[in-house]
Design a protein around this ligand. Structure first.
Ligand SMILES: C[S@@+](CC[C@H](N)C(=O)[O-])C[C@H]1O[C@@H](n2cnc3c(N)ncnc32)[C@H](O)[C@@H]1O
Length: 235
């Protein structure tokens, strides 16, 4: 397989590690059984309004881990519907615990591979997307497993409304450069940075994540890359 896998090749690769960790506590297991099915996307999804009313912004977080950022954004932005996609069961259980604890009615959750779930969403249905500290796959032979690939960026360009936003964060220098190159190469996104602090300092609307905390403790600087989905020409 080449370093630039075709969409079919990339789809056959698993991008994440464990789908399950330690055994869930009874309360968490119960939330997975009873609450998770009520927060998923509808089975028949043909229009954005099958998910949210037209005037409700829809934000997506891919690979939310333990859900610190997702839950913080949902509390700070109650007018927004926050969709989180994560394959890791224990992370999902944390998200569900937060939804219950903070009594949130603006969160939707799907467990699985974002690359598959996103194909079910209608064009231009998302106002904002967050990809925060995706698995870095640092070895060269594993780069093809990185979430950010040309095909994935072009799927995001299909899904994010013109004028919508994409935020990518990483503490791995090679992935920072990789993501910037792949996202700009796609041609649908404009990088909003004007000065170095725009990527070196977290924006006011950011909420820190577990992996960000780990990176800071280990002395690895984080970078936040913000993009705007361009308007299509001739439209
Ligand atoms: C390094 S962790 C970062 C978690 C969190 N964003 C943070 O900053 O703390 C990467 C996360 O992405 C998830 N992930 C990996 N591949 C994914 C995929 N194809 N679709 C959705 N999530 C994925 C993993 O399960 C894991 O929770």
């Amino acid at each position: 397989m080449s370093l630039n896998p075709s969409p079919d090749e990339q789809h056959s690769l698993r991008l994440y590690g464990r789908a399950k960790g330690h055994r869930l506590r009874p309360r968490q297991a119960n939330l997975v059984k009873t609450l998770l099915p009520t927060l998923g996307l509808p089975d028949k999804l043909s229009m954005r309004t099958d998910i949210v009313p037209d005037d409700t912004p829809l934000w997506l977080e891919v690979g939310f881990g333990s859900a610190e950022h997702l839950l913080a954004q949902a509390q700070k932005n109650p007018h927004v519907c926050h969709l989180g996609i994560e394959p890791y069961l224990n992370g999902m259980a944390k998200a569900l615990g937060g939804v219950e604890e903070y009594n949130l009615d603006n969160v939707r959750l799907e467990r699985g591979d974002a690359r598959e779930i996103l194909t079910t969403l209608p064009d231009a249905s998302l106002d904002r997307v967050f990809i925060l500290h995706p698995d870095p796959w640092p070895k060269k032979r594993h780069w093809k497993r990185r979430l950010v690939q040309s095909a994935f960026v072009s799927e995001l360009a299909r899904l994010i409304k013109p004028g919508g936003q994409l935020r990518f964060a990483s503490d791995i220098a090679h992935y920072q450069a990789w993501a910037l190159a792949h996202i700009l190469d796609d041609g649908h996104f404009e990088w909003t940075a004007m000065r170095a602090d725009d990527w070196r300092v977290a924006a006011d609307d950011h909420a820190p994540t577990r992996y960000e905390g780990k990176a800071k403790k280990a002395g690895r600087p984080c970078v936040w890359l913000d993009f705007i989905r361009k308007h299509d020409e001739n439209k």
